[in-house]
Design a protein around this ligand. Sequence first.
Ligand code: HEM
Length: 173
Amino acid sequence: MAPFHRPSRTGLALFAASAFFTSSAAFADDAAGSVAARLGGADGIAAFINARVVPALVASELGVFFTGGVVPLTESTSQTVTCLARLLDHDLGGPSPKNGSIAVDPAASPFPVQHQCRSSMSNVHRGMRITDAQFALFVNIVATQAIAAGVAQDDVVEVGKVLNRYRGSITNQ
Ligand code: HEM
């Protein structure tokens, strides 16, 4: 079982700082820039996921998925987080590639140090048989943690919209 990485306090501080300076009336790609930029780009998003989302997911009924209890894992948690953060950065207006980039984790063992982020979310989640309710819980956990981290409500709504676009390809696979 691949251990989850310890939350990065520096990363969280950076994330919180970027959220602090966010206008309360922010919209996607408005004059203040993209949602992705306000969240600190792929690095800020990854720091947020590591510090808040991973622990909350593991503590929930979804935890068993992320510890390999439903389908064996094929990458380290750090690599999953990196790929997800880049995907979200891309979809929220940032410069990250949507997929195909390499997530490097020197501590990935027993998985390869280099992992290529995959494009097919249905293939990634194949065999997990994620239900609609479980998917909703995932989105709810992300939104709850984002609000707690000080992300502006309009930006949380945009993140929720992006996640929900993947509902069809992730559930019931
Ligand atoms: C209940 C909801 C979800 C569960 C239980 C779940 C579970 C997982 C698990 C266990 C992995 C690791 C797969 C492996 O090691 O091979 C993974 C990877 C991943 N998930 Fe999910 N996931 C969920 C929702 C989502 C959502 C909403 C997204 C948004 C797009 C997402 C995007 C990803 C990405 C990008 C990866 C990394 C894939 C890669 O290797 O490139 N997941 N997920």
